[in-house]
Design a protein around this ligand. Sequence first.
Ligand code: SAM
Length: 223
Amino acid sequence: MTDETIFAEWREAMVIEQIERRGIRDPRVLEAFRRIPRHEFVPPALRSRAYDDGPLPIGKGQTISQPFIVALMTSLLQLKGDEKVLEVGTGSGYQAAILSLLAKWVYTIERYDVLARRAEATFKRLGLKNITVICGDGTLGYPEVAPYQGIIVTAAAAAPPPPLLEQLDEGGRLVIPIGDYLGQILQVWTKSGGRVDYEDILPVSFVPLRGRYGWSPQAWERY
Ligand code: SAM
């Protein structure tokens, strides 16, 4: 068996055992997880663990999230295929790659240049053409092409950054972990009639969101 055949078997097991069995049933979401090769997004030395049921290190003290959490956050956006989506926290690029199969355009922002460039190279290698990678502070959003029908933040904040709520389209959904290193809750914020409202989903554990509307290292540790 080739490596690719083994990875495909592990990927199928990941979809069934870690994602579908835990309640993610949207066929478009499941198909996206079947198509995107997660092993392309982890460091070469960790490829044999790419389909494990947990996060993995990707360098710069950052992580690629657990497959189930990526699937849950993706499904909470309720994408139909014609949306413009903003991701804050490109990391490995795996989440953006999944989104690229479910939305029309994906804009993803990463603060570490080395991670942004590596993700961009991976998208190119895989032929994913509808993703734009921006290196910068994602808490400011990317007003150039706003509004977004979906926004996903893959690092924990004290509160949703105001620019992201401003750049959310009417009827749009913002998925974001809120909290600190002691505890976080995944929330979905929706905008309707100019009002924003949120719903708690489940406890999660993410690295801190930095930047203008994120945690400072001192505040994260002191809290
Ligand atoms: N979505 C990623 C994936 O699929 O691999 C996982 C993201 S990792 C849990 C969180 C990422 O958010 C890290 O790469 C970190 O550098 C980035 N980050 C934190 N604060 C940020 C900010 N203000 N702007 C952009 N990226 C930020």
